[in-house]
Design a protein around this ligand. Structure first.
Ligand code: ADP
Length: 395
């Protein structure tokens, strides 16, 4: 029988679906936005038409509408062989993807405390597809799983250790689906076995993180207990001095306001005062908008610092890899970042960096660079489809 795989990625106000065939080729995708709001809508890729969803449509309602739309358009002609879900937090329970059963659902529920903004919505997606496709194998693919190889010295915070024992306070890391994919792709490009490949993977999208991958496994990463630690991001601050909490409390800022400000009003948006969108910032900076230039400079400097920090986890470095919307598309970000790293021997080729995207070349370093620098597109949906297919088939 022909294989069709559905990939589900639930965000707090969005639902992304992708359909793949048995060869893992993408057949279609769809995005529902403003879920649980009065003006929810959806779009199927390649379609001009916007699909209006019921007022305050839930993830389940959006899923039903989009699955019917796939069927009407003959995009989903056979029954589904597996459904793969992106799940943000697997805590220490999940070192790899798993087939979902009641035990897995309650373990994901337990991790909700660690990711209150993400795991409950991921579970809404799981419950919705279980209702709609009760006989189809469902697979959970975790953002944290790839980082379960972090050594203790990289995952422990220097705080009272009882916080780890009693409350699971530690660094978990995120974007693992992407970093794991980049490790495999880099190994392929470099023609090395994965177990012998060591790279630094910089995933720069709306959320940003960087991972040191040593012999194919995560050895250090910039995100921590939550996806707020580390690099400057679209609207998140990344690292800040914890002393700021006290200081701002003294100014009358309460914990909730602080959380909102650091999560939603900081990063590129906070610095520029204009937008969290790097493409727009690059245009603004070009036209002389000073705070957009500052936002890009802080973003790149923090990234460069972290690239240096990741070296502490590696014995050798086969390549530095840029990925994610910004990493794949912004030659300015790549060049500015690498300009801080000449002491480490990184050297960009202006020409290769600028023309990247117009050729199939991954390499953007100059011939004299001590380390290769690659640009490799990430594909988290493909990883989830592959995992769903692998775990749905009987061993
Ligand atoms: P998400 O984390 O939501 O998946 P993406 O990986 O799609 O996000 O990355 C979105 C970011 O990529 C945005 O800041 C966007 O402006 C940026 N981006 C996309 N194309 C370009 C470009 N040509 N130049 C600079 N930034 C770009």
């Amino acid at each position: 029988m022909e294989e069709t795989l559905l990939v589900v990625n639930c965000g707090s106000s969005s639902l992304k679906l992708a359909l793949f065939d048995g060869e893992h080729r993408k057949l279609a995708s769809a995005l529902a936005e403003r879920i649980n709001q009065k003006d929810a809508f959806a779009r199927i890729s390649g379609d001009q038409e916007t699909i209006t969803l019921p007022h305050h449509a839930s993830h389940e309602q959006a899923l039903r509408v989009l699955v019917s739309a796939f069927r009407e358009r003959q995009l989903m002609t056979s029954s589904l062989s597996a459904i793969g879900h992106r799940v943000v937090h697997g805590g220490e329970n999940f070192r790899q993807s798993v087939r979902i059963d009641d035990g897995v659902i309650s373990a994901i529920e337990k991790c909700s405390e660690l990711a209150p903004l993400h795991n409950p919505v991921n579970l809404s997606g799981i419950h919705a597809t279980c209702k709609l496709f009760p006989h189809t194998p469902q697979i959970a693919v975790f953002d944290t799983a790839f980082h379960q190889t972090l050594p203790r010295h990289a995952f422990m915070y220097a705080v009272p250790s009882v916080w780890y024992q009693d409350w699971s306070v530690r660094r978990y890391g995120f974007h693992g689906i992407s970093h794991g994919f980049i490790a495999c792709e880099a190994a392929r490009v470099l023609e090395k076995p994965l177990e012998a490949t060591s790279v630094i993977s910089a995933h720069l999208g709306n959320g940003c993180s960087i991972t040191a991958i040593r012999d194919g496994a995560s050895a250090d990463t910039s995100m921590g207990m939550t996806p707020m630690e580390g690099l400057v991001m679209g609207t998140r601050s990344g690292d800040i001095d914890p002393g700021l909490f006290d200081y701002l409390q003294g100014k009358g800022v309460n914990a909730e306001e602080l959380h909102q400000a650091l999560n939603r009003k900081s990063g590129l948006l906070g610095l520029s005062g204009e937008t969290n969108d790097m493409r727009s910032l690059c245009k603004l900076a070009e036209s002389g908008h000073d705070s957009s230039r500052i936002a890009i400079d802080v973003f790149c400097f923090r990234l460069a610092r972290y690239i240096g920090a990741m070296m502490a986890s590696l014995k050798e470095l086969d390549a530095l890899v840029f990925t994610g919307g910004i990493g794949e598309n912004s030659d300015l970000v790549r060049e500015t970042t690498l300009s801080h790293l000449s002491l480490l021997g990184f050297e960009v080729s202006t020409e290769r960096n600028r023309t990247h995207g117009r050729s199939s070349q991954h390499r953007i370093n100059s011939d004299g660079s001590r380390f290769p620098v690659l640009v490799i597109p990430t594909n988290e949906e493909l990883v989830i489809a592959r995992e769903a297919s692998r775990l749905a088939s009987p061993a």
